[in-house]
Write a protein of this length. Sequence first.
Length: 155
Amino acid sequence: MTEKNRTQLVDNIRIAIQNLNNETDILKTAIELIDSFSEDFNWTGVYMMRGNILEVGPYIGPETEHKKIELNKGICGAAASKKESIIVDNVHDDDRFLACSLTTRSEIVVPLMDSNRCLGEIDIDSNHPSNFKKDDQKMLEEIAEIIVKRLKIIK
């Protein structure tokens, strides 16, 4: 993945969601574009904070049994609680991992932050170990900012 491709994805998402007026459409559109960015993503989705629980939103990939995740549970719960992105190179070496698929090897979770409040998060799994790099984190954090700005406008 080149820097040019990452920049193009960020721009594509900004353009694609700029006129959308409901949360589901914004999230679904962003997830579809993120998922199309790499064939190495086997689950791409969002979880949104509903009270103190993360609830699965739009996603692409195998069915997940983890429709709701408590804060501090799993990698998703840890990222929401810490309010920071987490990259896990080998999920089988991380005790926090909640297995959605036996083939998942690596994961990245990026919170959707509104100031100091976590609104939700982008969650991506890959069947390849060490699939996610700092450049991917930076790109997804930019996308998260764009999503949050749009969500704030429509609220």
